[in-house]
Ligand binder design. Sequence first.
Ligand code: AMP
Ligand code: FE
Ligand code: FE
Ligand code: ZN
Length: 277
Amino acid sequence: MAMLIDLHTHSAVSDGTDSPAELVAHAAAAGLDVLAVTDHDTVAGLDEACAAGSRLGVEVLCGLELSARLSCRSVHLLGYGPDPENAALAAELSKLRCGRDDRVPAMVARLGDLGFSLELDEVLEKAAGVSVGRPHVADAMIARGYVRDREEAFTRWLYEGGPAYVDRYATELSAAIELIKAAGGVAVIAHPWGRGTDQVLTPDVLAELAASGLDGLEADHPDHQASTRAELRLLASRLGLLVTGGSDHHGTGKTRNPLGVCATDPAVYAEIRHRIH
Ligand code: AMP
Ligand code: FE
Ligand code: FE
Ligand code: ZN
């Protein structure tokens, strides 16, 4: 039987809705052989996920999704297998999480100005994990009945540049790649041409990044249509980059991202394992 390998998922340690152990249990139930847990800007869920993986017979790949920046646009970088004890990486992750914490009061104030009364604690209680984000602001708005779901909160209020959007610190993309590599990990750009990032991640820019250590592109992602995936595959093969796939599962927080909806080729997964040191 074919191996099912999903290399992009989130737990409640960031903006998913399942605990790391629940996420792995759902992966087992969905018939996944390999699951990468890739929470935003933290590795805090990985010990619990790995323990659940050994118990349930699911191979867990330790990962993260780092918030990066390229030409003022938000770009996400998946890191597989970096040493979680690496001092430079740990310091950068805590800087990113501070930036996340700092912007929440400003977003609550923006929403107040827009007529959505909200207490800071209502957001923080939705963010039970260590990495707070806009999805938790959305959850607090849902609880108040201001919006139906996260999708509506993002589409109307929280999108990048939207009425209640507040920017936060993110690592320069080239520095982010270097950090992951220096910590022994494998660096793959998440959803490279999803939500407008095709404007900054041009073929020329990707060629430069490939020459300076980038390992791969996540071509198979729910935010990419079939033609985009095909173009990215072609570009990756021209640049010598790996092509990965992942669902970007967020539990019940993103209904279009069921576990395993996008997957990674076993040969590519083996190469990723091989490159981690
Ligand atoms: P932040 O990192 O706080 O700026 O928030 C970005 C996160 O919001 C991303 O990691 C996505 O998981 C999530 N997100 C973006 N757009 C949507 C959407 N339309 N519906 C649900 N979640 C979304
Ligand atoms: Fe997310
Ligand atoms: Fe992402
Ligand atoms: Zn993600």
